[in-house]
Design a protein around this ligand. Structure first.
Ligand SMILES: Nc1ncnc2c1ncn2[C@@H]1O[C@H](COP(=O)(O)OP(=O)(O)O)[C@@H](O)[C@H]1O
Ligand SMILES: [Mg+2]
Length: 319
């Protein structure tokens, strides 16, 4: 994956098997999030393909979700003014026939699917420990609980592979421990997990395998023991201290580029505009709908998503 002259990720070859927890570590700017963005169709890789269960995935976020890959974001992306339960319901739309708009507008013919979806959403909230907060607005949750809500929302699409981008960032040690247990429980449900994290104790405790990314290339991949003992890993880490979250300027730049990539993606066709209108799991898809806005469905969709979109991110509060 290249951005102008910068190659963010180069020839990274990666396999995650079902029932496995695999860690992806590396210094800030190593290309870890970019790798996730390539996997989930937010970025179209300059070269190379992503295959899931033997099938090459088209670089479209909603198709990737449908195929069974779900993710959480380094910069939390929740619908801040929706309730906890509603956020999880939004995550279910790829698995219900009715789709997002029906789910949000509670249109006719929606009742049965709604009941089933709600039951499943509550089950997932129970699973992550947020059931008693289901009516709270997402924005009012403490940071650690927002991260758990993101996980519940990702699980709502019933994935076979879950990608977690720094799930414990900003958590206290107690929250980190419960997140660790949560990830083990997710693995035990038969879901493969690929997790990016800076907390080495968390990673080496959790993962069956760990891959180290440095300057966009895979330095080493192996068991926790092997990777921990590798001198190059130690050197890479000592050479470049972690600084926590990326700067606001960088985050804004990345956001803008993502929006651009998604907009370019729609190529102005009504079919993709429609897809953009029904996509939910990324703010980018909604922006694409707004940017292109072709056809009536897209127009209506774009307007509605905008309404939700204006409140869709808690980044400002959480960074
Ligand atoms: N959309 C983008 N446009 C330009 N450069 C980008 C974009 N996304 C990421 N980068 C650059 O790619 C490199 C890898 O970034 P990232 O994947 O966020 O690293 P990590 O998640 O490992 O900290 C960085 O130099 C970053 O500035
Ligand atoms: Mg990152």
């Amino acid at each position: 994956m290249r951005f102008g002259g910068l190659t963010a990720v180069r020839s990274v070859d990666f396999t995650v098997n079902s029932g496995e927890i695999v860690g992806l570590i590396g210094p800030n700017g190593a290309g870890k999030t970019t790798f996730f963005n390539c996997l989930t169709g937010l970025y179209v890789p300059t070269e190379g393909t992503v295959a899931y269960q033997g099938k090459v995935l088209p670089p479209k976020p909603h198709l990737v979700t449908q195929a069974g890959i779900a993710r959480t974001f380094q910069n939390i992306r929740l619908f801040a003014n929706m309730t906890v339960l509603e956020n999880v319901l939004v995550g279910r739309h790829t698995r219900t026939k009715e789709g997002l708009w029906s789910a949000l507008l509670r249109g006719p013919g929606f009742r049965k699917a709604e009941r089933e979806s709600e039951a499943r959403a509550l089950e997932l909230l129970e699973f992550v420990g947020l059931a008693d907060k289901r009516e709270h607005l997402a924005r009012n949750l403490p940071y650690g609980e927002q991260r758990k809500l993101e996980i519940a929302r990702a699980l709502a699409s019933e994935p076979g592979l879950l990608l977690l981008d720094e799930p414990t960032a900003g958590m206290n040690p107690q929250e980190t421990r419960t997140t660790e247990e949560l990830v083990f429980a997710i693995r035990d449900m038969g879901i493969a997990v690929l997790v990016i994290e800076h907390d080495m104790r968390f990673i080496f405790n959790l993962c069956d395998r760990v891959a180290v990314l440095v300057q966009g290339e895979k330095l080493i991949e192996g068991t926790s023991e092997v990777v921990q003992a590798d001198e190059r890993v130690i050197a890479a880490y000592l050479g470049e201290p972690f600084e926590g979250e990326p700067g606001a300027a960088e985050a804004a730049e990345v956001e803008a580029a993502e929006a651009g990539a998604a907009a370019a993606d729609t190529a102005g066709t009504v079919a993709t505009a429609k897809a953009a209108a029904t996509a939910t799991d990324t703010a980018d898809a909604t922006r694409a709908g707004t940017a292109e806005g072709e056809g009536e469905a897209a127009e209506a969709g774009a307007a509605d998503v905008e309404a939700a979109g204006s409140a869709d991110s808690t980044e400002g509060e959480t960074q």
